[in-house]
Design a protein around this ligand. Structure first.
Ligand code: GBH
Length: 494
């Protein structure tokens, strides 16, 4: 690792930029570039053409103060009507693939297994997929980005085991209807946000706060639903359709706060609780041992007759093990991890089960999102850790991106992608990590969940004041286009 420190003087102040030796090397032909969005964040048309209500429609309408400025995704970027324009933007960028997601309640408004498929809903996705294929862009589909049909929430949401069959029916419907053209499927986006966010800390719809119990129940069912969707593909579709299936997991990188064994263990434990929570089951069949041990022990001390972390049976372990054809990682940022004294043993919650002091370096460059600091070297570290921990799988980076509050001259976003990609290039060329896809988040500014439209991640800007939602490329769109065309991060490569 040769890091060259370059001191750059900006008008607004002094910052350090770490440039590394890989910056003027070329990306190997094995790496594909794409860009991502998700249904609720861009589509709008929340009640058109037979679409059912989902939990984000519901929470935005029933509890508007849950969202910054009481905004919602009723119209969002209006991609339901403007998808051809979106594909034209993708074409102009020159991406190899487009990662988008499908709205369950648009396709199956009744939610439950066996309820009718909404033809107009499925047609929207067929048309989008066709438009992509016609333009030489590969569709990469996520089945679920946090938008549960409200009717299934009324039945209890993810902690209800019946959702496994309802999801399996939805997944089978998608393979049947779209599997001729879609060759990369992802079941869930960031299950930790669905479960810890939705049922633990309440930062995501449906906004429940029962951490240490409901988040674990949710994850248990979601993992079984994922495994079932994977096996359905294997048994009924793979031979003919020849595609692949995975699950998208997000994590931050956790850097030990010091060289001490305690801090190293705290960092490893953080990664296991965040990334391993879902990845270890789909790779090895069960939760990470450190998570099992800690939650079992704390539950027992707290007087629970069974662990708050549900158990998979031996049969279920065999069923869940190996249900992924690639590892898909959403990656944005890093934290330091530091050992700490055991917190109050009576605390029931994911974070007290984890019990690590996590913090950021205030010198890391800020974004518009409180949780997102720019830490480029952490991407190289995280993919190396994944490669080592899970026996060198094929890795897709399915999201990475930078937020600001708007503007077309987004030099800091260009810098983010340049620096993260440069570290990725070192991981690929120098460390031999098998990363084959990079996906920028996001194609255009969109509904950023509880942050509404106040944080912007797009390479295209969207005017949300204008009913026509016009899109305008930012400087970062031109930069990404150049990177894809030249496979090079700077003007000239070796
Ligand atoms: C991605 O998650 C999502 O997949 C995507 O939909 C989203 O637009 C993008 O990030 C940008 O945020 O509010 O303090 O509880 C990245 C991981 C997990 C980061 C949830 C923000 C909420 C922090 N995200 N987290 S907080």
């Amino acid at each position: 690792m040769e890091y060259k420190l370059v001191l750059l003087l900006y008008l607004c102040g002094l910052t350090f930029e770490i440039t590394n030796a890989a910056i003027n090397r070329t990306f190997p032909a094995t790496v594909k570039f794409g860009i991502a969005t998700s249904t609720y964040q861009i589509e709008g048309a929340w009640n058109e053409d037979g679409k059912g209500e989902n939990i984000w429609d519901h929470i935005c309408h029933e509890n508007p103060t849950y969202i910054v400025n009481k905004t919602n995704g009723d119209i969002a970027c209006d991609s339901y009507h403007k998808y051809k324009e979106d594909v034209a933007m993708l074409k102009d960028l020159g991406v190899d693939f487009y990662r988008f997601s499908i709205s369950w309640s648009r396709v199956i408004p009744g939610g439950i297994a066996g309820s009718p498929v909404n033809q107009l809903g499925i047609d929207y996705y067929k048309n989008l997929v066709q438009e992509l294929v016609n333009n030489g862009i590969e569709p990469m589909v996520t089945m679920y980005v946090w938008d549960l049909p409200e009717i299934l929430q009324d039945l209890g949401g993810w902690p209800n085991p019946e959702l496994i069959d309802h999801f399996a029916y939805y997944a089978r419907t998608l393979y049947e209807e779209l599997g001729d053209s879609v060759k990369h499927w992802m079941t869930f986006n960031e299950p930790k946000q669905t479960c810890l966010g939705g049922y633990g800390d309440g930062n995501m719809a449906p906004g429940y706060t029962a951490s240490g119990i409901a988040d674990y129940q949710c994850s248990h069912m979601l993992l079984k639903a994922h495994a079932k969707a994977y096996h359905i593909y294997d048994e009924e579709f793979r031979a003919e359709q020849q595609g692949s299936v995975g699950i998208v997991i997000d994590t931050a990188w956790f850097e030990p706060a010091s060289g001490s064994d305690e801090d190293k263990e705290a960092a490893e434990r953080s990664l296991q609780f965040m990334f391993g929570w879902y990845t270890n089951p789909v790779v090895n069949g069960n939760y990470p041992q450190v998570m099992i041990d800690r939650v079992d022990e704390r539950s027992a001390t707290q007087g629970y007759a069974v662990s708050r972390l549900p158990k998979f049976t031996d049969e279920e372990i065999e069923y869940i093990k190996g249900t992924h054809d690639f590892v898909a990682l959403n990656f944005y940022t890093a934290n330091y991890a530091q050992w700490m004294e055991e917190s109050d043993i009576n605390d029931v919650g994911y974070y007290s089960d984890l019990n690590v002091n996590q913090f950021i370096d205030e010198d890391w460059e800020e974004s518009a999102s409180s949780w997102l600091r720019v830490v480029p070297w952490s991407l190289r570290k995280v993919v190396n850790w994944i490669s080592k921990t899970y026996d060198n799988p094929e890795i897709f980076i399915t999201e990475s991106g930078f937020s600001d509050t708007g503007g077309l001259e987004d030099d800091r976003r260009i810098n983010y992608h340049k620096e993260y990609l440069s570290n990725l290039l070192e991981a690929i060329l120098d460390d031999g990590v098998n990363v084959t896809r990079y996906t920028a988040w996001s194609l255009m500014d969109n509904f950023e969940w509880t942050r509404g439209y106040s944080e912007r991640f797009g390479l295209y800007s969207v005017d949300f004041e204008d009913p026509d939602r016009p899109r305008t490329p930012k400087a970062s769109a031109a930069y990404y286009k150049q990177v894809i065309a030249t496979r090079c991060l700077v003007d000239v490569c070796e």
